[in-house]
Ligand binder design. Structure first.
Ligand code: PLP
Length: 486
């Protein structure tokens, strides 16, 4: 049944507001502002509240259920983050205010830059990028600036493993580089011979996701980095999976030259539904001068009486500004809150919990679903969503059927190198009970796939809307419920 629109509730003459009697003369609106073609619904305030409350509950969210969407780190977003991000001292600022009136916010940004550096082992951080993909783009521009500055202008290629997220080749080619793929070996690592064969004086850099999108720690990471460095290239870290490494491994210490953070994944700022995200980029010492401008710095050191005085610093060879003002400041407040709530020692517990939960869940289902690369995983793992004795059942059917059990489906058909991939990331914030129940649902669905495959093929059955024509939805996108009759 189609959902009623707010227009279906409309009844002529019904109103949802009352203005006091006007005590000023009525003004005439400019004619071009008055539109009689807008069909405004006529409903009471209570009807409007019920309508939108009901609509809000149709959407699945991390606050309503388990959300094991691999690579997205859908962890609990602590509500204290929202309290701090809404403090009027932050929300009522204007980005053009004189710096002496925004010292608190600059201190927060400065500390967050410092903390991200300490967590990752880098020497400098920009908070400007709007998301991970934007961070990649910034990273590639920094790589180009670094080579050009050295007069090394022949480097036109970026190497990207075939397990990589689609944003890696996209951001590289948008910046004008040619993308060179390298294969994954049978253990789920970068194939070293394949890497060696493409490393030469034309290579500007490698983009490396570690743990990679199979949820596996790159076992030869040191060797991979050395091979690229020996060819004169830089190594960019895709930091989307940093959650598995917090407090244990620092990418900068491994020799990675620069990397983005996804504050909306690792540091619990909310995501889904399109944003906003935040993708700060950390860089090693030799790249600090190229960071986008401005970064927040200390203009006057603290004295016994006064705290430090913060302001904006322009790195010497900066690639320039890459986002209006300072980036998504509200996300920075949330990430700052999250990191301070956990503290230095809590960071490591986050990673340990995430890795433990993923391995526990993998152990529960590994006899039912094939694990393509069966070794200890990090914060997530990938299984194959098909069975030799249930032909016609695909990962998509399993994902859709999970919705009937009130779960958000895992990421499916990614990474591309695993057939019928289901990529599962439970995160550290889920309880053992939730993981047990989810594993039971997956095991039940595997049985249904053999006994009653139609149940999967037609799923979901219990959601507000049934199975969608995904091709049509993508090709024929309709984003508003009311389309003017031209
Ligand atoms: C999420 C993700 C990205 C892109 O990050 P956004 O913040 O969504 O732009 C890149 N690589 C990997 C592995 C990811 O999981």
């Amino acid at each position: 049944m189609a959902e009623p629109t707010i227009y279906d509730l409309s009844s002529p003459g019904r109103i949802g507001f009352q203005f006091p009697k006007s005590d000023v003369p009525e003004a005439q609106l400019p004619a071009q502002l008055v539109r009689s073609d807008l069909p405004m619904p006529e409903i009471s305030e209570f009807d409007a509240v019920r309508h939108f409350t009901r609509l809000s509950k149709l959407n699945y969210s991390i606050d309503s259920g388990f959300y094991p969407l691999g690579s997205c780190t859908m962890k609990y977003n602590p509500k204290i983050n929202e309290v701090t991000a809404r403090l009027t001292g932050f929300t009522k600022l204007h980005p053009h205010q004189p710096i002496e009136t925004v010292q608190g916010s600059l201190a927060l940004m400065y500390d967050l830059q410092q903390w991200l550096q300490e967590i990752s082992g880098f020497a400098g951080v920009t908070l400007q990028p709007a998301a991970g993909a934007h961070g990649e783009y910034v990273g590639v521009m920094i790589i180009r600036a670094y080579h050009q500055d050295r007069g090394d202008t022949k480097r036109t290629k970026i190497i990207i493993p075939d397990s990589a997220h689609g944003t890696n080749p996209a951001s590289s080619s948008m910046s004008g580089f040619d993308v060179v793929p390298v294969a994954t070996d049978k253990n789920g690592n970068v194939e070293l011979d394949s890497l060696r064969s493409v490393c030469n004086h034309e290579v500007a850099g490698l983009m490396l996701t570690n743990p990679n999108t199979l949820g596996l720690f790159e076992q030869n990471v040191q060797e991979v980095i050395n091979i690229v460095h020996e060819a004169g290239g830089l190594v960019y870290g895709d930091g989307a999976n940093l959650n598995a490494l917090l407090g244990i491994v620092r990418p900068g210490d491994l020799g990675i030259d620069l990397m983005h953070f996804n504050l909306h994944k690792t540091f619990s700022t909310p995501h889904g539904g399109g944003g906003p995200g935040s993708g700060p980029v950390g860089v090693a010492k030799h790249l600090v001068d190229y960071l986008p401008c401005p970064v927040v710095g200390i203009l006057e050191e603290a004295t016994q009486e006064f705290p430090p005085f913060y302001g904006y610093v322009e790195p010497e060879k900066s690639i320039g500004r890459i986002k209006a003002f300072h980036g998504h400041f509200g996300m920075m407040v949330r990430a700052y809150t999250y990191i301070s709530m956990y503290g230095k020692h809590g960071m490591r517990k986050i990673a340990e919990g995430a890795v433990l939960n993923a391995n526990y869940l993998m152990a529960l289902i590994k006899d039912t679903y094939k694990v393509t690369y069966p070794r200890m995983c990090m914060h997530e793992f990938v299984v194959e969503g098909h069975f030799s004795d249930a032909p016609g059942i695909h990962a998509l059917d399993i994902a859709k059927r999970l919705m009937d059990y009130n779960y958000h489906p895992p990421t499916n058909y990614f990474p591309l190198i695993v057939p019928e991939a289901l990529m599962i990331e439970p995160t550290e914030t889920e309880s053992k009970q939730t993981l047990d129940e989810f594993a039971n649902a997956l095991i039940k669905i595997a049985k249904e796939a053999r006994d009653n495959p139609e149940l999967l093929k037609d799923a979901p059955h219990y959601t507000p809307i049934g199975r969608l024509d995904e091709v049509k939805a993508a090709k024929d996108l309709v984003l508003c419920c009311w389309i003017p009759e031209s």
